[in-house]
Design a protein around this ligand. Structure first.
Ligand code: ATP
Ligand code: MG
Length: 484
């Protein structure tokens, strides 16, 4: 173990928010050891802006709770932690962990529970990468380095502590973390990891809960280096484990969306991580729409059903929360509205809650060479910068152009027919998962309402599609596209 001087590592308390100092100081005052550990220390030493700061202590979660009282909540089962609120911020406080007992690992070696408290020496060995195992005591001005992590920092190497094979088996999510940190920090992956990081190893991700994989996918999407990590996901065969029916291929659209996401993060703009899922799943969604259209299903119904199918398939890998699923389907549905808006709805559409995301999506499609947008991305782009009068003029011109085009066409095929000037809800928001089965009866009665957007196509209630019952599909039976 080496004790490094914090100042020599480029660390100073002035870089730290008061919240983490408050947590360290309160624990120290109560007689416990407390350090900052993980990404916060690593990123500061690399001159980066840490996302957050995590603390570690020899106090058990119950003792942490005693110190902070109502400001503390104990969370997690597999991995018990204390969440301490300091001002508006939340600090994760972990307790030093010893190696897990044999009884809590699965047959494939995966750790199912990890709540065996231990010493700092035991704790460092339980961490994933050397660079994530530096313990910084800001008041003492020291950093404890048990594994020569400082040299890995200097050599920009991502090294797993212990035997890489065993560490991946214990927690397959470490494979994702390897790619995330390699991309984020622009570090080389240690050859010892590369040697065992093969297709067989990635299969272990099948045992990880799709909820946890969703969380990890979000971290990949929002770390600011999405464009860099995507090819790595393909190269290391992780892509197939994360995405059910998305071809491991980085289309121009995906690439542009990824770069756009990274740029937004760089300039401090917010991003909705579900947006990138909408991008990734767009092609499978269109293919599924075609599948229904070829069966003679009307477009609105085809889109509604295709959206549900594609998201259900994806849920076998990453469970996208319901609100995010709704967002994704609304962004897709917006594409139709924005492509062929009714003139009298243009103004209202531009003020719609989902307009911004739908428009960004449309423009990204257009800029990546998708000419099926018919230049409407650019049209909306310009429209937004116009004055009220200019907007009116633009709408009239659009209307004339539209009428001309319509006359030319044989007023048939997929042409949406004019009806109400009300904007319909974009998607039929489903019941919360738990309540769904109980409410099945009324929902089936309601099948005529199958998709709110179906009504926008002015289908009579005696149309066969309106009588079709919405089947509550069994996930395992939704089969389409290649399955890996
Ligand atoms: P960032 O917060 O920038 O994404 P981080 O390294 O802080 O990166 P966290 O997920 O916040 O990552 O975890 C904090 C620390 O906990 C890590 O630095 C690492 O030491 C440890 N850790 C997290 N996940 C694992 C894991 N799956 N296996 C072993 N150690 C882990
Ligand atoms: Mg962290």
């Amino acid at each position: 173990m080496q004790t490094l001087r914090a100042s020599k590592c480029g660390l100073s308390t002035t870089q730290l928010p008061s919240s983490i100092l408050d947590v360290i100081d309160s624990l120290t005052k109560a007689g416990y050891e407390a350090y900052i550990v993980g990404g916060g220390v690593r990123d500061l030493m690399l001159g980066l802006n840490p996302k957050d700061f995590d603390a570690v202590t020899n106090a058990t979660p119950a003792q942490v709770k005693e110190v902070f009282g109502r400001r503390c909540r104990i969370i997690g089962r597999r991995f018990e932690l204390a969440h301490v609120y300091s001002g508006r911020e939340l600090i994760e406080v972990a307790t030093f962990r010893a190696p897990p007992k044999k009884a809590v690992t699965s047959t494939s070696g995966m750790i199912l529970r990890d709540n065996n408290w231990g010493s700092i020496e035991q704790d460092f060995a339980r961490r994933d990468f050397s660079i994530n195992a530096l313990y910084y005591q800001p008041r003492k001005g020291i950093v404890l380095d048990f594994c020569d992590a400082i040299s890995d920092i200097h050599h920009k190497t991502l090294r797993l502590l212990g035997d890489p094979k065993q560490r991946f088996e214990e927690d397959p999510v470490r494979m994702l973390r390897t790619l995330r940190f390699a991309a984020k920090l622009n570090f080389d992956i240690d050859p010892a990891i590369l040697k065992i990081f093969d297709v067989d190893m990635t299969q272990l991700l099948r045992d990880v809960s799709p909820h946890r994989l969703y969380d990890e996918s979000q971290k990949l999407f929002t770390m600011g280096h999405l464009a860099r990590v995507l090819p790595m996901l393909i190269e290391f065969d992780i892509w197939k484990q994360l995405f059910a029916d998305i071809k491991p291929e980085i289309s121009q659209f995906i690439e542009r969306a990824a770069k756009n996401t990274d740029q937004r993060i760089q300039i401090g703009k917010t991003i909705n991580p579900a947006f990138f899922y909408a991008v990734l799943l767009w092609k499978p969604f269109l293919e599924r729409c075609d599948f229904y259209l070829n069966k003679g299903v009307i477009p609105a119904e085809a889109r509604a059903q295709a959206g549900l199918d594609v998201l259900k398939r994806q849920a076998t890998r990453t469970v996208i929360p319901r609100f995010a699923e709704t967002f994704i389907r609304e962004v897709w549905e917006m594409q139709v509205r924005l492509l062929n808006p009714k003139p009298q709805q243009i103004e209202a559409l531009a003020g719609h809650a989902r307009f911004r995301a739908g428009f960004d999506f449309l423009l990204l499609r257009e800029k990546s060479g998708d000419d099926s947008t018919q230049g409407m991305g650019q049209w909306w782009d310009q429209y937004q910068s116009l004055s009220v009068d200019q907007k009116e003029a633009a709408i009239s011109q659009y209307n004339r152009q539209r009428a001309k085009t319509r006359r030319k066409q044989n007023a048939e095929v997929n042409e949406p027919k004019e009806i109400s000037t009300e904007i319909e809800p974009l998607v039929d928001v489903p019941e919360p998962r738990s309540r769904r089965s109980r409410r099945e009866q009324p929902r089936q009665k309601d099948a005529g309402r199958a998709s709110a957007s179906a009504s926008a196509e002015q289908i009579n209630s005696d149309h066969p599609i309106m009588k079709r019952k919405r089947v509550n599909r069994d996930l395992s039976k939704v089969i389409f596209g290649p399955t890996q």
